[in-house]
Design a protein around this ligand. Structure first.
Ligand code: NAP
Length: 250
């Protein structure tokens, strides 16, 4: 029997772990898809394609053309457009879809979090909390802070495109970062407030640990609305879901 062809929409740690699990299971043939945003991406194991599909219609055509049996949307929780396209395209083609999404973060003792619905609300709140801000968010959300008066620390894998806050310092770096390193960065730049997105997961939580230890307020941007598709929280659950959705193992 030919293996089931699974498309993994990736760009995350979970997507890379899922690609490894599927690559080593003879029941599946996996293709991972990356947007192509990062100049030198961390490549998943197995087949990889890079670049947009051309909207939901383009993805639907790809699924038909590549005889895809199932799709796992393992994109970042804030990659809402890709997720919406995956929901629309899989519905149009009649291919099962599962969304692999790590849970959001939960506030603990000592945290000083301000949850806001979107980047614009974060930009409006920051001036009331501090004059030196670490914008630990994706490049795509920086535009919402372009008119901020505060001094901003930015960090990105590749230099982000304009518009950017007028007074900023850019650190080009790729995570994950330790809590010690995050604490040192916050101290070095005398950061007074941290802005982050509710991405969830352990790999990017060190900045929240460091902010807690230093007693800094955190503005946490809420996730986009939950997708209209079944969601699992772990790689193991995604593999189990695929095995159940695609019966008849080779
Ligand atoms: P987005 O706004 O939801 O997607 C914009 C467009 O980029 C999509 O319509 C699609 O283009 C293309 N695209 C996105 N993910 C793709 C994928 N995995 N494979 C092929 N095309 C993809 O996404 P984004 O927030 O820019 O994120 C882009 C990628 O970076 C995602 O794969 C995500 O997992 C990863 N990432 C994002 C963040 C973040 O902060 N958002 C953080 C870490 C990693 P077409 O319409 O032409 O198909």
């Amino acid at each position: 029997m030919t293996p089931h062809h699974v498309l993994v929409l990736g760009g995350t740690h979970e997507a890379r772990r899922l690609a490894i699990a599927l690559h080593h299971d003879p029941a599946f043939a996996v293709t991972s898809s990356l947007a192509g945003r990062v100049a030198v991406p961390r490549l998943p194991c197995g087949d990889v394609r890079i670049g947009g599909f051309g909207g939901a219609a383009g993805l639907a055509a790809w699924l038909r053309g590549h005889r895809t049996d199932a799709v796992v949307d393992a994109t970042h929780p804030f990659a809402a457009r890709m997720t919406a396209n995956a929901v629309a395209a899989t519905a149009a083609v009649g291919v099962p879809l599962i969304v692999l999404r790590r849970p959001g973060w939960i506030e603990g003792p000592g945290d000083r979090w301000h949850r806001v619905p979107a980047a614009a609300a974060a930009a409006a709140l920051v001036p009331r909390l501090g004059a030196r801000v670490f914008l630990a968010i994706g490049s795509g959300d920086l535009a919402a802070f372009a008119r901020l008066d505060a001094w901003c620390l930015l960090r990105a894998v590749d230099p982000p495109p304009p518009p950017l806050p007028a007074r900023h310092h850019l650190v080009v770096a790729r995570g994950p970062f330790t809590a010690d390193a995050e604490r040192a960065l916050l101290r070095e730049h005398r950061v007074e407030v941290l802005v982050a997105r509710d991405s969830g997961g352990e790999l990017t939580a060190a900045k929240l640990v460091a902010a807690r230890e230093l007693g800094l307020p955190v503005v946490l941007i809420a996730r986009p609305p939950a997708p209209d598709a079944p969601v699992v929280a772990s790689v193991e659950e995604a593999v189990a879901w695929l095995a159940a959705a695609l019966p008849g193992r080779p």
